[in-house]
Ligand binder design. Structure first.
Ligand SMILES: CC(C)(COP(=O)(O)OP(=O)(O)OC[C@H]1O[C@@H](n2cnc3c(N)ncnc32)[C@H](O)[C@@H]1OP(=O)(O)O)[C@@H](O)C(=O)NCCC(=O)NCCS
Length: 354
């Protein structure tokens, strides 16, 4: 038998159990530790809940071994109709109803908070080719295998596949000459109205309001498939709050942004999220060029510029991982040009709660 326990980051034993269960599930799914987390990082993520309510549970068996976990993030400032949930059971404890029990609790929590929709992801290490036993996203791009355990878990509970994301991995360091060529070719198209500005962790005060606008546009100017996700309202204090949260979690954040010189505004940005559990891997976080400035190779310019910082600032990094919607052809094309290779992906699912 098992019992479910609330994890609020204060109780070190429950926190460690939660981290262990979540790490066991991701290592089993992916075969690598790139997505692992540590207790400090998870505790830090739970401390500040002014923009998101973060609900966590861990399942312990009768001798106290962590056998499963559930997480629910509920936006509090915008998108208050929805929430993102995760449920995982360690491989040795599957098919005993633990996933279902965690799922029932997490869904009840979302409903109790008045949410009318929830979203979740099912990871896959290979995207299946089109054919029988596959499900296609409502976007028409990307597939998942219908008989994968997580896919069966959600389809049998009425979830709809609204988007498929591709995961891509780039081995670094890249040849500096190739990177310089990518940057120069992009600069040639962009012309002399743009220049790259970079920062680490702390957005310079002069760009704070502009960066907040870009964060808002990150919620409206990227493909979201059939997922019901509206504009996020970002301002300077919200950017600063996230910076403080990242610092608390031990995360680094390397950003390159494109200034449009004639207007003194920012046209786009790209960021690396530097994780605390390893120095060999970083996440390629957001990349955005706002609609008004597209078609000028700014996406490549920004990515090449941020990659050029790596050998000096993070010399031990050997892999960068990223996620893109399968229908996001322009972003995928840039990544493929840079040498990113497909490495699986995820189905993005939504459930109507009313
Ligand atoms: C999906 C997952 C949480 C299920 O956990 P679990 O503890 O095995 O779940 P349960 O024992 O409650 O099983 C629930 C139902 O899921 C489905 N299911 C789970 N594993 C399955 C499998 N290998 N084959 C077919 N159906 C499966 C079945 O409908 C099952 O009900 P049943 O046992 O009565 O047939 C687990 O496989 C997991 O952690 N996967 C990785 C994380 C993930 O992708 N989570 C889903 C998105 S949030």
């Amino acid at each position: 038998m098992w019992t479910l326990h609330e994890v609020d980051g204060q109780d070190a034993q429950l926190l460690d159990a939660y981290v262990e269960a979540a790490n066991t599930v991701v290592v089993d799914t992916w075969g690598v530790t790139d997505f692992c987390r540590n207790a400090r990082e998870v505790a830090g993520s739970l401390r500040d809940q002014q923009y998101e309510l973060k609900w966590r549970r861990v399942a312990l068996d009768e001798v106290g071994t962590a056998v499963g976990y559930a997480a629910l993030n509920l936006p509090l400032q915008d998108n208050t109709h929805t929430g993102y949930l995760e449920v995982g059971t360690i491989p040795a404890a599957r098919r005993r109803g633990i996933g279902s029990a965690l799922y029932d609790e997490v869904l009840a929590a979302a409903k109790a908070q008045g949410r009318t929709k929830v979203t979740t992801s099912t990871d896959q290490t290979v995207e299946p080719p089109a054919g029988v036993n596959t499900l296609a996203a409502s976007t028409g791009e990307g597939r998942v295998a219908a008989d994968d355990a997580p896919v069966r878990f959600v389809t049998s509970r009425g979830w709809q596949l609204e988007q498929v994301e591709r995961r891509s991995v780039l081995d670094v360091p890249l040849d500096p000459e190739i990177l310089a060529k990518h940057r120069a070719a992009a600069e040639q198209v962009a012309g002399d109205e743009y220049r790259v500005v970079t920062w680490t962790d702390h957005c310079p005060e002069e760009w704070l309001d502009q960066f907040a606008i870009l964060q808002t546009r990150m919620s409206t100017d990227v493909p979201t498939g059939g997922l019901d996700w509206g504009e996020e309202a970002w301002d300077g204090p919200r950017v600063r709050a996230r910076e403080a949260e990242f610092a608390d979690r031990g995360l680094g954040y390397l950003t390159a942004a494109a200034e449009h010189i004639p207007t003194g505004t920012l046209a786009g940005y790209t960021s690396f999220l530097v994780v605390p559990h390893t120095d060999e891997y970083v996440h390629q976080h957001d990349t955005l060029v706002i609609r008004e400035h597209r078609g000028r190779r700014l996406g490549m310019l920004l990515k090449a510029a941020n990659l050029q910082r790596l050998p000096q600032e993070l010399p031990n990094v050997r892999r960068i991982g990223t996620w893109n919607a399968e229908e996001n052809a322009p972003m995928l094309a840039i990544n493929i040009d840079l040498g990113f290779r497909p490495a699986g992906g995820a189905g993005e699912w939504q459930l109507d709660l009313v």
